[in-house]
Design a protein around this ligand. Structure first.
Ligand code: SAH
Length: 330
């Protein structure tokens, strides 16, 4: 909801200040789908508000689900569409947020990258994805937020930070910084800026290869920020924040030789705060080839042998294209 127009409206109607605070509190409670359900407001006010405002800036246009994952296609006020995902990790509800409509980075293995870039999301559109899911699961609470949906969060810097303030603040969504994770394709300059903010938010970097030529062939942004610069930014981050830094590595047939495992292990082990997230590559149209069972096993065995601290990410929603890198509205 656009809170500044709400404020203007209430002032114009000469309504007392506390009404504003009450409506805002109701809004962030994630309890209501419509103003009409806010029975602590007068009937007349509810009616007027319904006419003048939409409670959320996103509306459901389609939803599909399996046991642990729900994916929603959400329509924005200008008719653009984004996807947003809710995952249930043994009753820990995690929302995967989009930060842009499409994405300009064009990673060759990512479905969003194939759509091109349409526009940045506003902070309201980012936050309202959470409220959309919160309403569905109420009274259960959303416990974790990951910026791993459509778009590159660091290219929508101001709105990202504004949204995080709202997600994090006690008066609004009150989700702790340690429960929020941001994933970046590796914009070294922004990694440094982010480290300087010195907050408790988790950061993940999409690494996928330690070979500059291969990496830039699948992630064009690596031409702008090469591995040397990216590593420098990563060391800066851990030095400044003393927080763990996560590296995502999707298992493809092209990046899973034993030599790749060795290079990866050397890098991850070069700092005790570096941590590796291995992800099975999810197939997309015109994308790259996932590592086969054998390649995966060999690679993971080598990573184990080299005593790297890592986790193998479970893939959610793969059956209906709701997994990492499969989000597209085209
Ligand atoms: N732009 C950001 C966040 C969005 S993607 C980034 O690049 O990090 C979230 C994660 O999914 C990233 O680690 C990305 O590299 C990964 N990803 C993209 N396509 C994928 C695919 N087809 N299979 C598995 N992971 C993928």
């Amino acid at each position: 909801m656009n809170l500044s127009s709400l404020k203007d409206f209430l002032e114009k109607e000469k309504l007392p200040q506390f009404r504003y605070r009450q409506i805002v509190k109701n809004y962030y409670s994630g309890r209501y789908l419509t103003f009409d359900q806010m029975t602590d407001l007068s009937k007349d006010l509810r009616k007027t508000l319904s006419k003048q405002f939409s409670l959320l800036s996103v509306s459901e246009s389609k939803i599909i689900s399996d046991k642990n994952t729900q994916k929603a296609l959400l329509k924005l006020n200008d008719g653009q569409k984004i996807e947003s995902v809710l995952m249930d990790y043994d009753n820990w509800l995690t929302v995967c947020l989009s930060s842009q409509v499409g994405c300009p980075l064009a990673c060759t293995f990512c479905a969003t990258g194939k759509m091109g870039f349409i526009r940045n999301l506003t902070s309201e559109e980012i936050v309202d994805q959470i409220l959309y899911w919160q309403q569905k699961v109420y009274p259960q609470k959303i416990s974790r937020i990951v910026f791993m949906g459509m778009g590159e969060p660091f290219l929508n810097w101001d709105n990202l930070l504004e949204a995080i303030k709202i997600i994090n603040s006690k008066d609004t969504l009150n989700i702790g910084a340690r429960k929020i994770s941001i994933s970046t394709a590796g914009l070294a300059n922004k990694i440094i800026d982010f480290a300087d903010l010195k907050n408790q938010i988790n950061l993940a970097i999409s690494l996928h290869s330690l070979d500059q030529n291969f990496r830039q062939s699948i992630m064009p942004v690596a031409k702008q920020f090469n591995l040397t610069e990216l590593k420098k930014a990563a060391y800066y981050y851990v030095k400044k924040t003393k927080r763990q830094l996560f590296f995502e590595y999707a298992l493809m047939s092209e990046n899973t030789t034993l030599a790749d495992a060795k290079k990866l292990a050397d890098f991850i082990k070069s700092h005790h705060l570096f941590f590796l997230n291995l992800i099975p590559l999810n197939p997309i149209k015109r994308g790259l080839t996932p590592a086969n069972k054998n390649q995966q096993q060999q690679f993971i065995k080598e990573i184990d042998r080299l005593k790297v601290s890592y986790s193998l990410r479970r893939s959610f929603g793969k059956n209906f294209a709701a997994a990492c890198g499969q989000l597209t509205t085209k």
